[in-house]
Design a protein around this ligand. Sequence first.
Ligand code: HEC
Ligand code: HEC
Length: 206
Amino acid sequence: MLHLMALMNLRLALCGLCLVALPPFIACGGGQPEAVAPSNPPAASSEAAAPSAAPSSSPSAPASAASAASAAPSASAAPSAPPGPPGPGDWDAWTHEQKLAYMKATVMPQMGQLFHEYDAKKYAEPKCVLCHGAGVNDGSFKMPNPGLPKLDPTPAGIKKLHTKFPGMVAFMGKKVVPTIANLLGEEPFDPKTGKGLGCFECHTKK
Ligand code: HEC
Ligand code: HEC
């Protein structure tokens, strides 16, 4: 049920933008190579889609905000955090401390909420370790994180992923990738150009 609801919210959020980007497990079920980035709206609209997908996809924000209460995105939570998302290309120039502050103040609450909405039981209270794994303990927060499930980037591998984890792949492609890309001031992966933030920002390859 929760999966369905997440997808429906998502459709509501995205359907105005591009109909062709509807459920990726349908769109990409044929196993086309493009499936690497099931998430991505066609190139022309990706710029518009990414920024609007994040805010508009959180109608139930207050309901699940409790899970991220400790890192509320208010100014007081992290006085040293930069005010807003990094501009295009800015992220790489930020210091480790700036990134850390922004992760705490903004990325964790928003991404945590996404996971929570996708599966409130499994992701009751997402923390940094969800994405960073061992990088939390050693303080490096290095990404991609080899502790996450390794993904096979070949067309056959991607097809298998769609079959094995349809809900998770749709969630990753439709929600996780566009939202984190937007938060980091980057474009989501575009299979046409092969550029942009995609699955391998977080996952390592098999
Ligand atoms: C949804 C996944 C996700 C969550 C949750 C998350 N991060 Fe990150 N984090 C990333 C990604 C993606 C990067 C960007 C890697 C890059 O620079 O390309 C990153 C980068 C960082 C960096 C910069 C690392 C460096 O190379 O200097 C720090 C520090 C960091 N995160 C801290 C945190 C902290 C602290 C939390 C919890 C409050 C957190 N992150 C939660 C995904 C996540
Ligand atoms: C911002 C970081 C991030 C990005 C980008 C990302 N993922 Fe994930 N992914 C995760 C995390 C974190 C988990 C693990 C969740 C958990 O522990 O339950 C995960 C889990 C998965 C799983 C579940 C595997 C299993 O064994 O249960 C699949 C499949 C997956 N991701 C596919 C993808 C695909 C395909 C993409 C690109 C379209 C992608 N991910 C992009 C963070 C990311």
